[in-house]
Design a protein around this ligand. Structure first.
Ligand code: ATP
Length: 208
């Protein structure tokens, strides 16, 4: 079975936490490809600081050295509000019925998941994999509306869709918010960003 993941985000900017989590996940789930998809117009948060094109350029630079990661601009091409259900549907159309599709999200995002547009339809299209970091409390999947879909990692990995599971990843204490604040204060962020992204941010004088 071909295994694919959708790792969406604002990526304002993409940082090492995103990148290393996506790579670790690819290994644990035997993924053929992780689609790294920047949102065009976020639905659940304030507008990003940089344009979608700038965020996508950084994503391309970050993904370029890693063949399993694919910088995917489908939400930019679609424009309008970036609903994840539409993105999953377009991946399902592209890969067909037999592929395993995994929607990856942080525990923070999953806590709000029941408010997402068409949240009841996601498991018809994909598995949901909730990432959490060692040292944090594990996400309480059993308290969600989707508790009857909970599966262990070993069972979820056999499902093309319909499984709800969680995965523990190495913690990276970084956020884009912190990086933007550090750059605005003139502080160095080189240790938090992929090298090519760091160079791009410096050259373009972003987030100053
Ligand atoms: P912001 O600080 O602007 O909210 P962010 O750093 O949380 O940004 P997003 O683009 O909102 O980044 O996140 C995209 C996805 O990456 C989400 O599913 C989020 O849970 C996850 N993520 C964010 N930071 C990390 C990190 N340090 N390690 C692993 N995953 C992360």
């Amino acid at each position: 079975m071909q295994r694919i993941a959708l790792f969406g985000g604002t990526f304002d900017p993409i940082h090492n936490g995103h990148l290393h989590s996506a790579l670790e996940l690819a290994q644990q789930y035997h993924l053929a490809r992780v689609h790294m998809v920047p949102c065009y117009q976020p639905v659940h948060r304030v507008a990003p600081q940089l344009t979608a094109e700038q965020r996508f350029q950084m994503l391309q630079l970050a993904c370029q050295p890693h063949s399993v990661l694919h910088a995917d601009d489908r939400e930019l091409r679609r424009q309008g509000p970036s609903y994840s259900i539409d993105t999953l549907q377009s991946l399902r159309d592209e890969y067909g019925d037999d592929a395993q599709l995994n929607l990856v999200m942080g525990a923070d995002a999953f806590a709000q998941f029941d408010r997402w547009h068409r949240s009841d339809d996601f498991l018809d299209l994909a598995n949901i994999v909730v990432m959490w970091r060692a040292g944090e409390l594990p996400p309480n999947l059993a308290a969600s509306d989707y508790s009857n879909a909970i599966k262990s990692h070993d069972d979820a990995i056999q499902c093309s869709r319909g499984a709800l599971t969680s995965v523990q990843l190495t913690p990276w204490e970084i956020s884009s918010t912190q990086i933007r604040a550090s750059l605005a204060a003139g502080e160095s962020v080189v240790q938090y960003l992929p090298e090519a992204v760091s160079k791009f941010v410096a050259e373009q004088q972003l987030y100053r």
